[in-house]
Design a binder for this molecule. Sequence first.
Ligand SMILES: C[S@@+](CC[C@H](N)C(=O)[O-])C[C@H]1O[C@@H](n2cnc3c(N)ncnc32)[C@H](O)[C@@H]1O
Length: 512
Amino acid sequence: MEHITINPSNDYLIYNYMKRFEGQIPYMLPTTYEQFSACLWHETLEGCPIYQEQSIQAYVNEKGHMVGFIQYGLAGIHYDEQGEKHIEPELGNIRHLYFNPECHEAGVSLLEEAFNYFNDKGMTKVFAFDHIAGMSCYARHGKLHESMDHVKKLLIEYGLMVHHENVYYVWDMCQLEVSNDHQVKLMVEQGDERTKFSLVLRDKEDEVIGYGEATDLAIWGSPENNAYLRYITIDEKHRGKGYSKVFMNAIGSWYAEQGKQYLHCDTSLYNKVAQGLYEGIGMERQGVTYDFNGDLDKVEEMGEFFNNRAESYEQHMARTVAKFHEYYNMLASPMHKTDNVVTLLDLGCGTGLELKSIFNRCPAAKVTGIDLSHDMLEVLRQNYAEHLDQITLIMDSYSTYPYEEQTYDYVISSMTMHHFLEKEKGHIYKKIYQGLSNGGLYIEGDYVVDEEEERKLIERYHQLKVNRPALCHIDIPFTLEHQIALLNKVGFDQVDVVWSHNQNVIIKAHKR
Ligand SMILES: C[S@@+](CC[C@H](N)C(=O)[O-])C[C@H]1O[C@@H](n2cnc3c(N)ncnc32)[C@H](O)[C@@H]1O
């Protein structure tokens, strides 16, 4: 499994990969390779490149087959909610993310790469499948189609939110029965990129009662018999008289005369009036499309953060923690195998992923779990229904909740200590030390970073933390050396690394 950087000399890989969506996604119309490649690298909107800089990465499986790709970079142009244009905005843009549904790891790995890049560039706002950056030779409609639900789920899991939901329609104008409405007349103004329509009353030609605009898709490389209707609108004082339908029919007839067969358009999922109009004239509904945006620096209160993710938490960990099973098995490895009762305090126990290997090693263990998140604890209760008589759960913060002193044979924490600055972490380690009985062990599994990364993350933490709740979800992992020094400082006499893989480490700290 590897990433391949795509450039103009191997972009036919992407061309071939995307071909599989023709027929599945209504706006992915066939184009030549040359048109596709030009659009991939040199797309502009109103003369402005859609990317300031961009990267395309493909994911290739063990057999050498491409199973997904991503196109991301810094946006070159953006229209905000008020329709105002921004050139070179500080925005990350994911134009495409496609991967085979059965190859989830491909999606995760590609998305991680894009997010690392956005992080490095200091981009906090990200758009995905933004229609502005749409793949123009594919009908300038770069949104994500509902048939790509696995992509949508992954983007949401990574913190992006659905921004727009639209319904996509295609009209076969060959089916259109041409009826000339003698009261109105269609005026057409053909520009290079756009065709403007207006509807006037025959007996009052200077009074425009409707406006509309369409794009000839042929100029974007798609087959010549397709056009995309950007919008139509009827003047307020003429609404409710059936002119929208008349206008649509007039536009359809005009296009049919020009030799075009298909008119595409879309409208908000919530605009039932437009949907009624399109369906009323015989347009075919082609499914819902999405675009996304997200604030990467959005800071959530800790408990809320995990409540919101409790349902999919374990799947997320299984996909993102390297050597997931080995990691959770190794967490219990410093414990002495025994059928006797041992006492264990699990800080930030979450859904209890670590408890399986703990009960395998010490079936009679008495566990006290502390966690802030109600929903994570609920999942734990379901997961360990058969062990509930051995488990006491406390919904509280382990940084303030008082632990019984000189009590536990083991204290464990997994993937939770990377949320504290040195002073607070030192305070928690002190409580852990005091909570352990003599000869007890503290086991910590977490991820660590290098010095440079630690410095950057602490800096970012201080920027984000302003006016935030005391316990909020911001990652500040330390270096391994920093962790060990802190544990030594509170009195642990021997601290050893039990296991490590990539950034993940398991440490055991012994209390004499
Ligand atoms: C990434 S999860 C780890 C869960 C579990 N230990 C595991 O390895 O799968 C982090 C957990 O720590 C909890 N947590 C974070 N800070 C906490 C605090 N101060 N007090 C109690 N729980 C906390 C969160 O609610 C969440 O369930």
